[in-house]
Design a protein around this ligand. Structure first.
Ligand code: SF4
Ligand code: MG
Length: 335
């Protein structure tokens, strides 16, 4: 499939200030050298614990946060080089859905006004055409046109996220970046919103990046999944391979924590030791070594690179950089 978005060596470093003078005393490498491609019509899930850099990555793609280094290409155009005017135009094609629909919808505006806003910003349509599109989209996301005159607080959490999704769709985007789109919702509502997103993807040929802290949430919606840890991509591959045959010990640990309803499904149980280290002071070598049950001596010294272990299956772990033989031995050890 054709690439829609390409991300190359993306980095975001934030200064850490401290002391009475507020001097820079260090750097948080929130995102460190992240590369991936998203193809037209697919869904890429990006998963990791809070603070792993997944939201920062998502925001840098739209330049809501400016990258420290690296490149982002959208339809071959370098997003990181666009002027403000060009960037504004490009944002018609790339929209964002946020975690907390209540915080992201202006409480003093009617739904109609909220949904019209992106069209006004981009100078799309006459007032009558905009109102018509608002009504269409309310129905598209499973609400009704009579909801247009209501305010955000008059809706449930799930309905508000439907409004957030409708707002993202107003400009007919090609790519939607959804940052934890269902994590503020009740479990029973989560699957309804995810199903809606899947239907919309089919109907409008959308491409998605879905960011989540939970591998369970992105499982059914994603074609491929990338797992991030402390600002880096630990593993990225197709959903089937990631869930059936995870390679990185961190992915194995995350999957061990996901309840699997199928009793025939045997999974390796990898239990994480300790807490996430501070991103301001990450461990040397493999940043996962402080929590990894398979840690070797080299892991504290050498940074593992993201490498293709099998076709389309990338992993950054020394267990797999020593050649196929020892990697398969490891599989037995893990199993
Ligand atoms: Fe564990 Fe070493 Fe692999 Fe890091 S490189 S995940 S510490 S085995
Ligand atoms: Mg986040």
């Amino acid at each position: 499939r054709e690439p829609l978005l390409q991300v190359e060596n993306l980095k975001k470093h934030f200064p850490v200030r401290g002391g009475v003078l507020g001097r820079t005393i260090g750097t948080v490498k929130a995102v460190e050298d992240v590369s991936f491609t998203v193809h037209k019509g697919e869904t890429l899930g990006i998963v990791g614990e809070s603070g792993c850099g997944k939201s920062t990555t998502g925001r840098m793609l739209l330049r809501l946060i400016e990258p420290t280094e690296g490149k982002v290409f959208f339809e071959g155009k370098e997003v990181t080089k666009l002027s403000n005017n060009e960037l504004r135009k490009m944002r018609r094609d790339m929209q964002m859905v946020f975690q907390d629909p209540f915080a992201s919808l202006n409480p003093r505006h009617t739904v109609e006004k909220i949904l019209e806003e992106p069209l006004k910003v981009h100078g799309i349509g006459t007032p009558a055409e905009r109102k018509k599109r608002v009504k269409e989209l309310l129905e598209t996301v499973g609400l009704s046109s009579y909801h247009a005159k209501r305010y955000p607080h008059q809706f449930s959490g799930g309905q508000r996220q439907r409004i957030g999704i409708a707002r993202a769709l107003m400009t007919k985007p090609k790519l939607i970046i959804a940052d934890e789109p269902v994590s503020a919702l009740d479990v029973s509502i989560q699957s309804q919103v995810l199903n809606l997103m899947q239907d919309l993807q089919k109907d409008f040929g959308l491409t998605y990046i879905v960011i989540a802290h939970d591998l369970g949430v992105v499982r059914h919606i994603s074609d491929r999944v990338g797992v991030m840890y402390l600002g880096k991509m630990a593993e990225i591959t197709s959903s089937e391979k990631l869930y059936d045959h995870p390679l990185h010990p961190y992915t194995q640990a995350l999957l061990s924590a996901v309840p699997i309803p199928d009793p025939l499904y045997e999974k390796n149980s990898v239990v994480l030791e300790g807490d996430i280290p501070s991103p301001a002071d990450p461990p040397s070598g493999c940043t996962f070594h402080t929590r990894c049950p398979f840690k070797m001596d080299m892991c504290e010294k050498l940074v593992p690179q993201l490498q293709e272990h099998e076709e389309g299956h990338y992993v950054a772990c020394h267990l797999y950089s020593k050649g196929k033989q020892s990697a398969s031995q490891n599989k037995e050890m893990v199993g």
